[in-house]
Write a protein that binds this ligand. Structure first.
Ligand code: 3PG
Ligand code: MG
Length: 391
């Protein structure tokens, strides 16, 4: 990959516009997990050290374009970032017309997705963003799979465009794990729906030796194996695709294991009574909310035998303590494993934090969807735009 890198540029006295992915969970006006903010800090600190005036762009959530909605304001992010940086991070509500700032100062521009045209990569919008700066720095790995005005369009029109250190570090680390992986290679993919991850599951099955599915995805595979799933979240329309994937795994000499036992409950809540059942004994009014202890042991063994592990998504509703044991077992097995492990995705990062296993993971990516698309071998549009700008 050849693109300019921020580390190599002279930024003294320059107006530098940095696109970060500061899409973090916010509750009651406070950031509840600041991992993505912390990951962006070295980039911002380096730009300041190089003498730049720093403007930051990010989205938060998926607001309706063209409407300001305080629920999606970046103010909590500005507050949190200011504390970490030890200097004021000023949130600017209207910034498209221009931002006044001096070298050494940091301004966070309000949610890019409030601007009409952001999602469709509108040219006029991208040009206005580009006009703000001397140098545009794309550093939002987590949003690099979106072809939007602030991730792709602006790169085309900025006087100079480069990759930030976080983005390039992510790309390098993931390439290292995927180029010549140590076998056997295992992917663990959780999440609610097969439909949103069907293409990634398909491509992954061409690359990996073993695939463990979790969450709602696993329920569809359990149904595909012929078992009842009661009231569980699953997708009847995708059963056939799940069967094809199981067949594909077998043809390649691998497998997609089906849980032997599961933890069920009658209601989706933290207080719900948890019952362990064999996979063929789930009642019509029950929901599968975690893997059972036998399955957790089985998966831990598969993990222990792997040479490379890709992890995206929990295997149960780990936010509820009664249904956290499966994801904890998976996290701890990856922690103990000597395999090169790479993990990504919001829920996965939250699970890694919750179970305190970050030291045992080879590389933790800030990306969710972007991480999976990279693993699939897709070209990330924002990276393609940087390469085009460098040519
Ligand atoms: C993410 O959280 O995965 C990224 O910030 C991208 O967000 P999006 O899926 O709303 O584009
Ligand atoms: Mg480990």
């Amino acid at each position: 990959m050849s693109y300019l890198r921020m580390e190599d540029l002279d930024l003294a006295g320059k107006r530098v516009l940095i696109r970060e992915d500061l899409n973090v969970p916010v509750h009651a006006g406070k950031v509840t997990s600041d991992a993505r903010i912390r990951a962006a800090l070295p980039t911002i600190a380096l730009a300041l050290e190089k003498g730049a005036a720093v403007m930051i762009l990010s989205h938060l959530g998926r607001p309706v374009e063209g409407e300001y909605d305080p629920q999606y304001s970046l103010q909590p992010v500005a507050d949190c970032m200011g504390e970490w940086l030890g200097q004021e991070v000023r949130l600017q509500k209207n910034w498209l017309g221009g931002v006044e700032l001096r070298p050494g100062e940091v301004v966070l521009c309000e949610n890019v997705r409030f601007n009409p045209g952001e999602g469709k990569n509108d040219e006029t919008l991208a040009r206005s963003m580009a006009a703000l700066c001397d140098v545009f720095v794309m550093d939002a790995f987590g949003t690099a799979h979106r072809a939007q005005a602030s991730t792709v369009g602006v790169t085309r029109f900025a006087p100079k465009a480069c990759a930030g250190p976080l983005l390039s570090r992510e790309l390098d680390a993931l390439a290292k794990g995927l180029d010549r992986p140590v076998r056997p290679m295992l992917a663990i993919v959780g999440g609610s729906k097969v439909s949103t991850k069907l293409s990634v599951l398909n491509t992954l099955m061409d690359k990996v030796d073993e695939l463990i599915v979790g969450g709602g995805i696993a329920n569809t595979f359990i149904a595909a194996a012929g078992y009842g799933v009661g009231k569980s979240l699953y997708e009847p329309d995708l059963i056939h695709d799940a069967q094809l994937l199981i067949q594909k795994a077998h043809e390649r000499g691998g497998s997609i294991p089906i849980p032997r036992d599961v933890v069920v409950a009658r209601t989706f809540s933290n207080e719900a009574q948890a019952v362990v059942r064999n996979v063929d004994e789930v009642a019509g009014d029950e929901m599968i909310l975690d893997i059972g202890p036998l399955t957790a042991m089985h998966y831990s063994k598969i993990i222990a035998g792997a040479g490379t592990i890709i992890w995206n998504g929990p295997v149960g509703v780990f936010e509820f303590h009664n249904f956290a044991a499966g994801t904890r077992a998976v996290a701890e097995a990856i922690d103990r494993s000597h395999a090169y492990s790479i993990a990504g995705g919001g829920d996965t990062l939250a699970a890694i934090d919750q179970f305190g296993v970050s030291d045992g993971i080879g590389y933790i990516s800030t990306g969710g969807g972007a991480f999976l698309e990279f693993v699939e071998g897709k070209v990330l549009p924002a990276v393609a735009a940087l390469e085009a700008a460098a040519r």
